[in-house]
Design a protein around this ligand. Structure first.
Ligand code: AMP
Length: 447
């Protein structure tokens, strides 16, 4: 089997790979690295978990190393676009790991956080910029970043960019890149729009395909559990408690759904957290870090937030809700069985999800083994807004004071002075109660 030291890589890179414990390149690395070192464009069809990040960062680091000139402020030498903050951060972590000792400068920029540090990093000059499209475009429009000197451009997870609606941002970014550059495009699947983007963007690309689109990783034990929607929480708890789960990643369709699962599991003293678009960047990072370190064993995520999560040791992926798009199923379950390990993917299917299941089975070309689950009555008190989630037995606080809505057309701020006016003790002068009258019955004394 091919070893890294046969790939003509820089001695420092080999040393860093050894330190990371990698001796053998994964198939995508073995196939891509020689082409990329020669300067070819590349179309990589690969999903996460295949080692694609090292496949493009290693040759990029090698090509940019030994720089003997000063960096230009705001003009990075290489640009990596990733769809999510998590993926972008992980790529930056890979650069730090693989590029240690090369004296190159990297930074990651994404939305949802202040731009000050990111602008400073750009001003100080960068060899490699990792970015999500929205924030990059923002900073470009403000004049903090120019792409005219980009030598290497990587578009990672292009199909996800399309799913997440970033394709227009990307179409605006691409013309700002110089015509002469090395371009790499990675995508797990090749929908028509990405294929035509690739055709325009890449020049005589080498094509490397490691996992054919829409096939699932062989080391994953996949099964379906048919159940009622209302029994899903209980089923999840049972799996966490009774199966030998190490780290469990649970996928829900909605952010609200993810929060509700956290409430439920916390009630039963199962430490967990949710990551989704409504959580702040720091809350997402904290949750992910706790999950990575095993401080929490269960992470509940929506598809978008989970994109790019690279956590070793996810033993179980649970599809609490089946994904609407069959392709997402492949992405989701690919979070387990990473780096050669085995994993379990368990999908709940309620009565409304049968069609989604059929589509998934058609896409992966496999009839999944199925079982049934019927819940039993149990004591679960849904936490109210006033309940302290960490202590489900916490006593409900008083109901918040009722504040009448301003009349239609009335300015909200006109209401305020009246609301602050000192309370009169005269009952007749009490402000009118705008609430609906209570509906009830009056019993009259019948003679
Ligand atoms: P990726 O597909 O880039 O997200 O990588 C998946 C995981 O495989 C990451 O945790 C990498 O650190 C790990 N990895 C990458 N290359 C190798 C390798 N050659 N040998 C072992 N693990 C690797």
């Amino acid at each position: 089997m091919l070893k890294f030291n046969e790939l003509k890589l820089h001695a420092q890179l080999l040393q860093n790979l050894e330190k990371a414990g990698y001796t053998t390149p994964t198939p995508i690395q073995a196939e891509s690295i020689p082409h990329l070192l020669e300067g070819s464009d590349l179309l990589g069809i690969a999903q996460t978990g295949t080692g694609k990040t090292a496949a493009f960062t290693l040759p990029m680091l090698q090509r940019l190393a030994n720089r003997d000139f000063s960096l230009m402020p705001c003009e990075p030498r290489a640009l990596i676009l990733a769809p999510t903050r998590e993926l972008a951060s992980q790529i930056k972590e890979s650069l730090d790991k693989y590029g240690e000792g090369l004296k190159l400068k990297y930074a990651v920029i994404f939305g949802g956080v202040g731009q000050g540090t990111q602008v400073n990093a750009l001003r100080n000059g960068l060899d490699i910029l990792v970015a999500t499209p929205g924030r990059l475009l923002d900073l470009m429009n403000q004049g903090h970043c120019r792409l005219g000197r980009v030598e290497i451009f990587v578009l990672d997870e292009a199909d996800r960019m399309l799913d997440m609606g970033f394709i227009n941002d990307i179409r605006k970014i691409i013309p700002k890149l110089p015509p002469k550059k090395q371009t790499l495009l990675f995508s797990a699947t090749m929908p028509g729009e990405i294929a035509s983007l690739a055709a325009k963007l890449l020049h005589n690309p080498k094509k490397v395909e490691v996992t054919p689109p829409s096939t699932t990783v062989e080391k994953i034990d996949q099964r379906i559990i048919h159940c009622k929607k209302a029994d899903k929480n209980q089923l999840l708890k049972k799996i966490i408690n009774e199966e030998s789960t190490e780290l469990t990643l649970v996928f829900t369709r909605t952010k609200h759904g993810a929060n509700k699962i956290v409430d439920y599991l916390n009630f039963f003293k199962i430490p967990c957290a949710a990551i989704h678009g409504n959580k702040s960047q720091s809350a997402r990072e904290q949750a992910l870090e706790n999950f990575k370190q095993g401080k929490i064993k269960v992470l509940i995520a929506t598809d978008i937030a989970a994109r790019g999560i690279d956590v070793q040791g996810i033993s179980h992926v649970v599809n609490y809700d089946l994904p609407v798009e069959a392709e997402s199923y492949v992405h989701r379950i690919g979070r387990t069985a990473r780096a050669g390990k085995e994993g379990d993917a368990i999908s709940f299917c309620d009565e409304t999800e049968r069609d989604a299941l059929k589509r998934i089975e058609k896409t992966i070309g496999l009839k999944l083994s199925a079982e049934n689950f019927v819940g039993v009555p149990e004591q679960y008190v849904k936490p109210s807004k006033e309940t302290n989630f960490r202590d489900p037995r916490a006593v409900r606080g008083p109901r918040p004071e009722h504040k009448p809505r301003p009349e239609r057309g009335e300015q909200r701020n006109e209401q305020r002075p009246a609301a602050r006016a000192p309370q009169s003790t005269d009952a007749s002068k009490k402000p009118e109660d705008n609430r609906k009258p209570k509906v009830g019955f009056k019993f009259r004394n019948r003679k």
